[in-house]
Design a protein around this ligand. Sequence first.
Ligand code: 5AD
Ligand code: SF4
Length: 470
Amino acid sequence: MQIYNNEAQKQYSYMEEMKEWVKAQEERLGRPLTCHITTFGCQMNEKDSEKLLGVLETIGYRQTDTEYADLVLFNTCTVRENANTKLYGHLGHVKKAKEQNPEMIIGLCGCMMQEEQVVEKIRKSYPFVDLIFGTHNIFKLAELLKARADSGGMIVDIWKDTDQIVEDLPSDRKFSFKCGVNIMFGCNNFCSYCIVPYVRGRERSRKPEDIIREIEGLVQEGVREVMLLGQNVNSYGKNLDEPVSFAQLLQKIEQIEGLARIRFMTPHPKDLSDELIEVMASSKKICRHMHLPVQSGSSRILKKMNRHYTKESYLALAEKIKEKIPGIAMTTDIIVGFPGETEEDFEETLDVVRKVKFDSAYTFVYSKRTGTPAASMEDQVEPEVVKKRFSRLLEVIKESSKDNRKDGIGKEEEVLVEEKNTHEDGMVTGRLSNNILVHFKGDESLIGQLVRVKITEEKGFYYMGEQVNG
Ligand code: 5AD
Ligand code: SF4
């Protein structure tokens, strides 16, 4: 069952009611009401926060950049322990802010709130929190705020799972020229270290026509680049009434006039199809970048991680991608110190990094997540050992990315300009199709435009360049 317009209409009517409430508060206080959202975690969460902000702005709140606001929302992450720790630090700060502004509303939502023990702790130790909701019901923000306004007490609403996808709610975009687009929600993979399937629920895909309609609307508003978001985009569309593959979805999106670039994340190596590689190879819009998390280079550890591929099959896949899509940049995620990881296992990871020559990699120290199978595995690796392996890994990644960078020098390529350079006046920063940043001389008027740039110098993880005409 998917609910579309009815739920959205219901939420719009709550937004109307809350608009009145905000107006009344503003009249009483003689000033505008402000809001702030602090987002932890991945791009999925960033996207959710844009939707939350869309609702808050519709209601009449004005966004401010500090946590000293009339309404503060924390969109939380729980993928690693340090994401949780960070939240409690922020809560300490807003507690003080609320002492100065007792009518302040503090809300918590997102992945961490899907964990029962977290919600218990907040109820007990952080009673000044007004609103707690999870990942499955973020579309209900206006309704929950209304409940809070009516009752004055703490509102907790967590759903264990859902099959609902609510379309057509407001969203506030962070960038005018690029935008994340959810194509699916949830994850069915159950990698043994990962908490995501427990907090984001089972896989649900949006219908292709809803995705296309959203992107067409974005393009009309000036968006040039979309990032298609899903926990495992390769399994997009499998459970739709009329199944559509991810590669077929990409082909449909390619046809949207005015859209210049398509990115996606994250594909799982276990089911990355030849069809997808072919579609990418012949596409003019899909960017030359593949983020393909390897997690470990040891087949033994990969098995314990429940990843369903081996070192050899990953290497063969990476080889095929590079051969069929020349110039593609490959990036990855790597976990160091998974339970039972030996020196030999770690060497295998280094070997994969050297062989694939990743352009960059997100590296993580294994973090034990309660409730996942890996949390109860024996042989948790000593923190000291993990620390040393972690810095060795960074060195190897740095070398391989520097090597790749050299190949780019002298080339002329299109860059989507993203912002003014924060370090140097008169410079702007943009992104190549392969996702690498380039700094070059230019002014603000270029932001959001595709310009041709000649790459002149490599600086490790980024380039310097010069704009060329024509
Ligand atoms: N510990 C460390 N890293 C993790 N990731 C997911 N779960 C854990 C964990 N328990 C990393 C994986 C994933 C990325 C989003 O986060 O590398 O690809
Ligand atoms: Fe994203 Fe996973 Fe963190 Fe949730 S737990 S915010 S899905 S990284």
